[in-house]
Design a protein around this ligand. Sequence first.
Ligand code: CP
Length: 308
Amino acid sequence: MRHLMSPLDFSVEELEKLLNLADDIGKNPKKYAHTCDDKRLATLFYEPSTRTRLSFEAAMMNLGGKVLGFSSAGSSSASKGESVADTIRVVSCYADICAMRHPKEGAPLVASMASSIPVINAGDGGHQHPTQTLTDLLTIRSLKGRLDNLTIGLCGDLKFGRTVHSLIEALVLRYSNVKFVLISPEELRVPSYIREDILEKNNVEFEEVERLEDALPKLDILYMTRVQKERFFNEEDYVRMKDFYILDKQKMELAKKDMYILHPLPRVNEISTEVDADPRAAYFKQAQYGVYVRMALILTLLEVKLPC
Ligand code: CP
């Protein structure tokens, strides 16, 4: 039995296979409509979510399976003090696979150690968000035709942004010649373990800049992120930084004609809504890719025999 805690749980060959399966699902959804007819997915979300929870549920329903779960810690027995280990032992009796989001880093890993069903990390604190990374990889591959030889700009909250940490790790350790431009205010720079243990240790070409305008002309992909209110210890710091970056039509004139904008969403103010009409705005398409890749992931972890 396999769990998914980090995108690095998959080798480059396994990632290729998973992304190819997601591609095929996107092209031939009907072929997969009954592959999980007798299966159940539990979504255990101790933290708010729209895309991850609902796309997991849509993914399982698209495969013919059923879903059960909770969408906040307050509506589960966590509010009475139940541990994630006890919760997953019980949920293992009700479902075949589980997606768990938790505000504490490492909580899905603790659950996986007590679980008799595959556990998928659906985001743990400021640590990792592997299924968002799978979504991002599928989106980039679909739009650019490759995952190697790219210059990627990551902009916004690079300190607490778990989607950023997972994506950098996956691109550095699974693909070749990906360069990074890390665009953030001083207070929200990537954590030192990403800079030193991932980027520097692997001799990756990267630069850290504060101005989005300086980075835009160089990029193949711009990955925007939200400044996350829920990760700040005081309101004052959040208010000071929340509108640090606003991508608008005028700034988009500095970008290449084939530079795509990704965003894990939700968006607050960091991308002006006027940019949505730009053909390079790919963030809503990205949310659709998230369903295909989660369908592929469920089939893979459940080791379902695939239709011909
Ligand atoms: N991208 C993402 O994780 O969105 P949600 O928080 O809505 O799941």
